[in-house]
Design a protein around this ligand. Structure first.
Ligand code: FAD
Length: 462
């Protein structure tokens, strides 16, 4: 009997448990539905749509090598998948479980729509451990990262990754499919994706290439991860987000030959932790976990002055070289180095006193690894509004961070107006009297921004 493989953020053939189960049960119809309706305002942003286009194209090519193909549709995913399953006379729909609140709802709806004749079989495989399965001794979910890591790592290593099936049995008849190019996922006027095209190879083959390129660097990650001028992080985040590679595969490749890559694994487990958080707090992307921040005196976003400051932050025109380099890297490549993400986010929230949700939304649209859980968990972590430690008063000094983590070459790359400046001037050209004419003055002084933020925090502290 026909098996439907419903794909979402699991666009790979290897170590794909839903695919493996479908292949063992009968002819398979792999389906991807472009659904802007179910996630509502959480529909995919521009950079993610660019990635998705290329990833689907790559997946279709891989499926064809195995005698199969990808069926594309757009609209309400639960309705469409149920419709395809009923029309094909399928006995089961296989998918990998997703934890975004809208997908959890859609999975429930689909179960109802499929009725008694078609089973929805949900598999795990996008995380090291099934989200929700790592609990304290009393069975409660963890709130803080470190004990979560201890509990999860005690259950590692993960399973051995499953290979790509030799052949994927095809049905006699294929349902109709849309043409990917008609979906308009790629930008046209203007085409802002030029640098992204050079930077990334979406799809499973590109993901494996990134893993290969990073394996030998993983042992340097402990120090290297903080240095944005050096290529010492894996850049796997969009591949992991779209499920082009499984975290179990990454774990095994990195730990091979008995090497100590604990710091890297700890970072990888943040991904699992973030899912664990949104499972407990489905609204985490838009709601402060610490209620007292609901009364926080953010600057009023209706004011044109505040919107102007926000606009300068998005464009990398704040007068703080490390922040500007990061925001421009983000715009050009759809990705930003983690250390710089923290600095840029802290700058928006604290120096500019703009609600973290505005920054989260901007990242959602511009990151090609935009992930509901990872994005909101990290924004709430920087802002101190989250369920873990309160970080609000930890106000990062962008200029000393830049110097400490040797960001000179990184800034010269992304802020061409400053390319002629040497260290240490590059970190704070204004302070050294070296600011070139084309580069903006600081949008707010460091001391002034810091004091304003601490004063605002005092208002809610009691
Ligand atoms: P590496 O350093 O090589 O780490 C390996 C993998 O571990 C990453 O690919 C990622 O999947 C995971 N990982 C590492 N750090 C984190 C973390 N702090 N939280 C969750 N997972 C992590 N990451 C996203 O994937 N999507 C987002 O939308 C996102 N938004 C962020 C917003 C802010 C404000 C901040 C501070 C961080 C955000 N991150 C997000 C986390 C982190 O910055 C990226 O995962 C990382 O920079 C990706 O680069 P990499 O693949 O080279 O990471």
């Amino acid at each position: 009997k026909i098996q439907i493989l419903w794909l979402r953020r699991d666009l790979r053939l290897s170590d794909q448990p839903a695919l493996m189960a479908a292949v063992q049960a009968g002819p398979v119809i792999p389906v991807y539905v472009l659904d802007d309706e179910t996630p509502k305002h959480r529909k995919m942003g521009g950079a993610s749509r660019w990635w998705l286009h290329h990833s689907l194209k790559a997946l279709d090519a891989r499926l064809r090598e195995k005698g199969s193909r990808l069926i594309l549709r757009s609209g309400n995913a639960a309705n469409i998948v149920a419709d395809i399953a009923h029309k094909a006379g399928a006995s089961a729909v296989h998918c990998i479980r997703h934890y975004e609140p809208w997908w959890r709802n859609a999975e429930k709806e689909l179960t109802v729509l499929l009725g008694n004749d078609v089973e929805l079989v949900r598999h795990d495989g996008n995380y090291l451990k099934r989200p929700g399965s790592i609990t304290t001794g009393s069975g409660d979910p963890y709130k803080i990262y470190t004990p979560f890591w201890k509990a999860l790592s005690a259950q590692m290593p993960p399973h051995e990754p499953a290979p790509v099936p030799q052949k994927i049995p095809a049905p006699d008849e294929w349902p109709v499919s849309h043409n990917l190019d008609d979906w308009g996922l790629l930008p046209t006027k203007p085409n802002w994706a030029g640098v992204m095209e050079q930077e990334w190879t979406p799809g499973e083959v590109g993901a494996r290439g990134r893993v290969d390129a990073f394996v030998d660097k993983a042992t340097q990650y402990d120090e290297g991860r903080n240095l944005p001028s050096r290529e010492l992080v894996s850049r796997l985040s969009p591949h992991l987000h779209f499920g082009e590679v499984s975290p179990a595969y990454v774990w095994h490749r990195m730990t091979g030959r008995g090497r100590d890559v604990t710091t890297y694994l700890k970072e990888l487990v943040w991904r699992d932790y973030a899912q664990n958080v949104i499972l407990q707090y489905p609204e985490y992307g838009g709601k402060n976990a610490r209620d007292k921040f609901d009364d926080f005196p953010w600057r009023d976003f209706r004011s044109s002055e505040v919107r102007y400051d926000f606009d300068r932050w998005t464009k990398g025109q704040t007068g703080y070289p490390i922040v500007d380099a990061g925001m421009r890297e983000l715009w050009a490549t759809g990705w930003m180095h983690n250390r710089v993400r923290m600095i840029a986010a802290s700058f928006l929230i604290k120096h500019l006193l703009i609600d973290w949700r505005k920054g989260e939304e901007w990242f959602w649209d511009t990151l090609c690894d935009a992930d509901y859980a990872s994005n909101s968990v990290n924004w709430q972590w920087v802002s101190g509004t989250g369920i873990d430690s309160n970080m609000f008063v930890r106000i990062m000094a962008p200029l000393s961070q830049s110097e400490k983590f040797d960001a000179g070459d990184y800034i010269r790359k992304w802020v061409p107006e400053l390319a002629d400046l040497d260290d240490p001037y590059i970190h704070d050209p204004e302070e050294f009297g070296r600011k070139p004419n084309g580069y903006p003055a600081k949008i707010v002084g460091h001391k002034q921004g810091r004091e304003r933020a601490l004063a605002a925090y005092k208002e809610i502290k009691g």
